[in-house]
Design a binder for this molecule. Structure first.
Ligand code: AMP
Length: 112
């Protein structure tokens, strides 16, 4: 499968890892939009939020236990934002489920 994030998981494309276990990988976004901008992804390919099902949702719950751990380690004590873009209208550019963790400054209050 020609998937950029699968290649990062396989080590074929380098990344700056901040967390890894058997189920997920977190690494720094190559084009950060905040002082801290981390992506966390499942190792098993899921295209996006629109492909989450009862069968594959356990990894999403797992990821959401790791997000606060990573945020704490990154010192995001004043808060942060977790975002997942979905499909064309959501401006998803990489079709592998990922959650952006954005923080390190006061973020804007507009979501769109
Ligand atoms: P999205 O537009 O929501 O699909 O987010 C994809 C994100 O992947 C963007 O924020 C990109 O900057 C980021 N990205 C693309 N290629 C890489 C890469 N090789 N390493 C780290 N982040 C990347």
């Amino acid at each position: 499968m020609d998937c950029l994030f699968c290649k990062i998981i396989a080590g074929e494309i380098p990344s700056t890892k901040v967390y890894e276990d058997d189920e997920c990988l977190a690494f720094r976004d190559i084009a950060p939009q905040a002082p801290t901008h981390i992506l966390i992804i499942p190792k098993k390919h899921i295209g996006g939020v629109d492909e989450i099902t009862e069968e594959n949702a356990a990894v999403v719950a797992h990821i959401f236990t790791k997000i606060p751990e990573i945020a704490r380690k990154e010192g995001l004590t004043d808060g942060y934002r977790v975002v997942s873009n979905v499909g064309k209208n959501g401006c998803q550019s990489v079709r592998h489920l990922h959650f952006h963790i954005l923080g390190g400054k006061q973020l804007g209050d507009s979501m769109v």
